[in-house]
Design a protein around this ligand. Structure first.
Ligand code: CIR
Length: 249
């Protein structure tokens, strides 16, 4: 298993922000937490592959948004924020070694953070970053491989995976103020921990931000292995745990 990651860029203070007020980000602390994230992924069985540093691209640590990868194909996105589109060049170059590559084309926009896979179903948030054409193109690329693509309505949050992620093929963790997922067994985030729903699912358990102990307890109480990591600095840039890697089985 491979995890593509990219270092925290020195320009992170200029990142895109939609729902949060800008606060100072401690670059050294952010880098140290990012290393801990990579070490945790390695301990869960992933080989870390570093993408080239792009210090001039403030959001480039959030590699998830630049591609959607399955066993069969890598779909390079066209991020909704124009400042983020140059990030895809180096991601496409790296993924070309592992998968056939296709691209979301103008006028489509799609952020990987809006794409949640559960089994053969892809749920896609129609957000400020992801538009109808982007979703339609994703559907065109994925349906030949037997996947479905279903649009999800989102309220008041950046990406679909800000609001909901999967804990396994039948259970989701979500913030009910932002999204509903009918048909799935559901754990809700603790009311005091709005951003706790973004967890990184691996075959050996889920990585969660240590900032959300009450939600961690809810997940653990269902028998799921949780690996907490400190992710507080990149959270100030509106980034969670899924955002910082592209996982290849
Ligand atoms: C942005 O607004 O694009 C970045 N500051 C945060 C992106 C977080 N990515 C994600 O949730 N997948």
């Amino acid at each position: 298993m491979i995890a593509l990651t990219r270092s925290v860029p020195s320009s992170i203070a200029n990142c895109e922000l939609t729902h949060l007020q800008r606060e100072p980000i401690d670059l050294e602390r952010a880098k140290q937490q990012h290393r801990q994230y990579e070490e945790t992924l390695a301990s869960l069985g992933y080989t870390i592959v570093h993408l080239p540093d792009t210090p001039e691209l403030p959001d480039s640590v959030f590699v998830e948004d630049t591609a959607v990868v399955t066993d069969e194909i890598a779909i390079i996105t066209r991020p909704g924020a124009a400042s983020r589109r140059p990030e895809t060049v180096t991601v496409a170059d790296a993924l070309r070694q592992y998968r056939p590559i296709v691209h979301i084309q103008e006028p489509g926009t799609l952020d990987g953070g809006d794409v949640l896979r559960i089994g053969k179903r892809f749920f896609v948030g129609r957000s400020d970053r992801t538009n109808e054409q982007g979703i339609e193109q994703l559907r065109m690329y994925l349906t030949p491989f037997g996947y479905s693509v279903e649009e999800v309505v989102l309220n008041d949050c950046l990406h679909l995976k800000t609001a909901v992620t999967a804990l396994n093929e039948t259970m989701v963790l979500l913030n009910p103020a932002w999204v509903r997922m009918p048909g799935f067994e559901t754990i809700e985030t603790d009311p005091a921990e709005a951003f706790a729903a973004n967890v990184l699912l691996t075959p050996r358990g889920v990585m969660m931000s240590a900032a959300f102990p009450r939600t961690i307890e809810r997940v653990r109480s269902r028998g799921i292995d949780v690996h907490p990591v400190d992710a507080s600095e990149l959270a100030k840039a509106e980034g969670g745990l899924t955002c910082c890697s592209l996982l290849l089985a």
